[in-house]
Design a protein around this ligand. Structure first.
Ligand SMILES: Nc1nc2c(c(=O)[nH]1)N[C@H]1C(S)=C(S)[C@@H](COP(=O)(O)OP(=O)(O)OC[C@H]3O[C@@H](n4cnc5c(=O)[nH]c(N)nc54)[C@H](O)[C@@H]3O)O[C@H]1N2
Ligand SMILES: Nc1nc2c(c(=O)[nH]1)N[C@H]1C(S)=C(S)[C@@H](COP(=O)(O)OP(=O)(O)OC[C@H]3O[C@@H](n4cnc5c(=O)[nH]c(N)nc54)[C@H](O)[C@@H]3O)O[C@H]1N2
Ligand code: SF4
Ligand SMILES: [Mo]
Length: 692
């Protein structure tokens, strides 16, 4: 039912999940910011314009099926769903359950992520499910698990940062990726305590007292240099290390060899600045180390995260009130999306799929035999890479990701998608991946449905329905449920009501690391601030973790010894430059949504490459020229944007654009051995004048 009063909800985009109030306005809504701790009445340009897609003509309102001539044509829901179910049945008959694969997204609500994981394991019986969070949070999650025994992006409320005197931001550009977040860093900024580690002089770095600009992929060396300075300059937190950690000696054996002058030669960051960073953090009462994708999206991402956590531990920050370590989660439900079973190796509640007790618990909730649950499947890139190959999946269902644009080595990924017997994409708009699909299913969006998300601080939020969806679209839950029914599942096993699904998720997560048993829609409706774990309905939740002990059995945090490894593909004579990739303020991810919003495309219409003017000149290019950025895997065509603060050895490409402007045509799918994170943030390229 439509309401006349404003609906209090949250933004459809990033993990900050800014509070919004939506008032109905025709077929759309009017967006107003609301006072919520994460954003305090602020919104970024994407949030302000987010309603534009609700009544956009670009919106999908009917299923599409590819016809004999290769065109996508409107079809009825029954025709589309019957076709999908028939093809799935045929693929499984020929190749077995692992012949079908599922790819999910960290933007999906907890309910969707949960039901999708259950659908894959129970209705399809496949092990082949993973999601785009593998490209996002996986290195931070694995590093955090190793160090603390548990992964909650920020193990403290975001408002704790308000009292920080010093914050070390590593590979994060929140001035563009979460603008209202900067309000939490005001005290640190005013106290000359903001330190930013980024190869580029970003709008975030502009605000910092100290900007360290290492060559991409050399963070680990920088962290070792700073750790060395912490020890050598007498900043080590001896008592904390003795009482709350293990493993320092082994880490020091490695860091002892990385005195700042030596680290300077590898990273390009002066020894003086490394020592200054150590000093600023050590002198501050309340200090934090926060990492984001710049540090994490590497084939060495997990070790790099641990290298930065080691710095935080040496200073005695994690698990101390008013100080800490955290990572900035990315997607709207980047945190919850990794807890409820759409990851290849996980079951709901952050349980491991190869743990017999976890399997028994979840199978019990699902009413199936534990032995019927598949084991772990392939990680995201490995899954995409295996599509259509012998032993790989031949059918793929995509919910909430646009892999044609956002997966690394995207030329290869597009090629693999084209070999499938069945590609189904559920989306609100016709994404680039949707354009390659056999069947496209139109789904509702944020303001048209209820659901929960878990924001970057581990707080569970209720997104509420503010308006009715247009005719012809269904919710993801309805789509999953209808497919499950056609595959012979009892209807009650795949409910379509978000609250009902959530109640089942609570039971499935009960007793797990990410325990939601005590979170209810009623408590969320009443405005309770619930941070997981919330093991029972009378439990207040856990805003602060680790204050008494860490989650390892002995209660101590681990210094994890990490040895230096450079980028998988260092620059050489043929490909002399580092290419790195990332985000701009106006566009979101693959751009499938934001490229359809006029105000945002007017501001940033097309891909560009940031280059130092001298580097451009050496390649025969000037500002505005059409450049070819060439790697061993492909070529991106982009307009040159000369930026005098760029390192001369680095070029930067935003990844939000399609076609031959896809940054991922050049990126390297080298994977981290632990997290299976691809190396989005560094590969070797050369710059040329674009051919016509
Ligand atoms: N506008 C906008 N906001 C977003 C998103 C979006 O697409 N657009 N996406 C959301 C999501 S899912 C995510 S994951 C977050 C990501 O948020 P961020 O991590 O802040 O974003 P990125 O631009 O990917 O990377 C941050 C910085 O890492 C730097 N970097 C590159 N290589 C290295 C390196 O080797 N070391 C270090 N230290 N830094 C390096 C880049 O120059 C870049 O400025 O943003 C969220 N918010
Ligand atoms: N080169 C490079 N590549 C990167 C990165 C990088 O820094 N550099 N970052 C990586 C990171 S951190 C991330 S998170 C990924 C993100 O990249 P993608 O996974 O491609 O993310 P989106 O563009 O948000 O794609 C979401 C798609 O799902 C649709 N959608 C939105 N909400 C829903 C919903 O509720 N249900 C359904 N069914 N569909 C929905 C959107 O319209 C869109 O088409 O990109 C990764 N790729
Ligand atoms: S910062 Fe993130 S959550 Fe807030 S308005 Fe912008 S995109 Fe939305
Ligand atoms: Mo992300």
């Amino acid at each position: 039912m439509e309401t006349l009063v404003a609906t209090e909800t949250h933004c459809p985009y990033c993990a900050l999940q800014c509070g919004m109030a939506l008032s109905p306005a025709g077929a759309s809504v009017t967006v107003a910011p609301r006072d919520f701790p994460a954003n305090r009445g602020g919104l970024c340009q994407k949030g302000w314009t987010s309603a534009a897609l609700l009544d956009s003509p670009a919106r999908l309102t009917t299923p599409l099926i590819r016809d004999r001539h290769g065109e996508l044509r409107p079809a009825s829901w029954d025709t589309a769903l019957d076709l999908i179910a028939d093809k799935i049945t045929a693929i499984i008959a020929e190749h077995g359950p692992d012949g079908m694969a599922v790819f999910g997204g960290g933007g999906l609500t907890n309910e969707k992520a949960y039901l999708l994981g259950k659908f894959a394991r129970v209705a399809l019986g496949t092990s082949q499910i993973d999601y785009n969070g593998r490209f996002c949070m996986s290195s931070a999650a694995a590093g955090s698990l190793r160090a603390f025994g548990l992964d909650r992006g920020m193990p403290f409320p975001i408002t704790d940062l308000d009292d920080a005197d010093a914050v070390l931001l590593v590979g994060a550009n929140p001035a563009e990726t979460m603008p209202p977040f900067l309000s939490h860093l005001r005290k640190a900024t005013d106290a000359a305590g903001l330190i930013v580690v980024d190869p580029r002089r970003t709008p975030t770095a502009e605000q910092a007292a100290l900007h360290l600009a290492p060559a991409p992929g050399t963070d680990m060396v920088l962290a070792l240099g700073i750790l060395h300075a912490v020890v050598a300059d007498g900043h080590l937190a001896h008592d904390y290390i003795a009482s709350r950690t293990t493993g320092f000696d082994e880490v020091w054996r490695i860091a002892a060899a990385w005195w700042p002058e030596r680290a300077e030669r590898v990273t390009g960051v002066s020894a003086t600045d490394q020592r200054a960073a150590a000093r600023i953090l050590a002198r501050s009462r309340n200090a934090y180390v926060l990492t984001a994708r710049g540090a994490e999206q590497h084939a060495t991402g997990v070790d790099t995260v641990n290298a930065w956590i080691n710095v935080a531990l040496a200073l005695g920050l994690p698990g101390r009130a008013g100080s800490g370590w955290g990572c900035l989660t990315g997607q709207g439900n980047g945190q919850g999306g990794r807890e409820h079973g759409q990851k290849a190796d996980q079951l709901p509640g952050y349980r491991k799929i190869d743990d017999p007790a976890a399997r028994a618990h979840v199978a019990g909730v699902w009413g199936v035999d534990p032995d019927s649950l598949p084991g772990p499947g392939r990680s995201a890139y490995e899954l995409l890479d295996a599509l259509g190959t012998d032993g790989g999946p031949h059918g793929l269902l995509v919910f909430g990701s646009n892999v044609t644009v956002s997966a690394p080595n995207s030329g290869r990924v597009a090629d693999r998608l084209s070999t499938l017997d069945l590609l189904v994409v559920a989306d609100l708009v016709l994404s680039e991946t949707g354009r390659a699909a056999d069947v496209v299913l139109p789904v509702t969006q944020w303001a048209e449905e209820d659901g929960t998300l878990t924001n970057l601080e581990g707080r569970v939020l209720l997104r509420r329905k503010a308006i009715s969806p247009p005719d012809g679209v269904r919710t993801d839950l309805e789509v999953i449920s209808a497919l499950a029914a056609r595959l012979g599942q009892p209807p009650a096993r795949f409910p379509i009501d978000a609250e009902t699904v959530f109640d089942e998720l609570r039971a499935a997560s009960a007793g797990g690391a990410a325990d939601y048993a005590g979170v209810s829609y009623d408590r969320l409706r009443a405005g309770e601030a619930l941070y997981w774990p919330v093991p029972s309905v009378d439990h207040p939740g856990t805003p602060h973790m680790f204050l008494d002990e860490f989650a390892h059995p002995d209660g101590r945090a681990r210094f994890v010894p990490v040895d230096v490894r450079g980028p998988a593909e260092p620059p050489d004579e043929e490909y002399p430059l580092y290419a790195t990739t990332g985000r701009v303020l106006q566009h979101y991810q693959s751009g499938a949504q934001t490229r359809l919003v006029d105000e945002l495309t007017a501001a940033v219409p097309a891909v560009y490459v940031e280059v130092h003017p001298d580097t451009a000149e050496r390649a025969g290019l000037a500002n505005g020229d059409d450049a070819a950025v060439v790697s061993r895997r492909g070529t991106v065509r982009a307009a040159v944007r000369c930026v005098s603060s760029m390192r001369p050895d680095v070029v930067f490409l935003p990844f939000h654009f399609p076609g031959d402007g896809r940054a991922n045509l050049v990126t390297n799918p080298a994977l981290d051995p632990v997290s299976r994170m691809p190396e989005f943030k560094v590969c070797a390229v050369r710059l040329e004048v674009a051919g016509t």
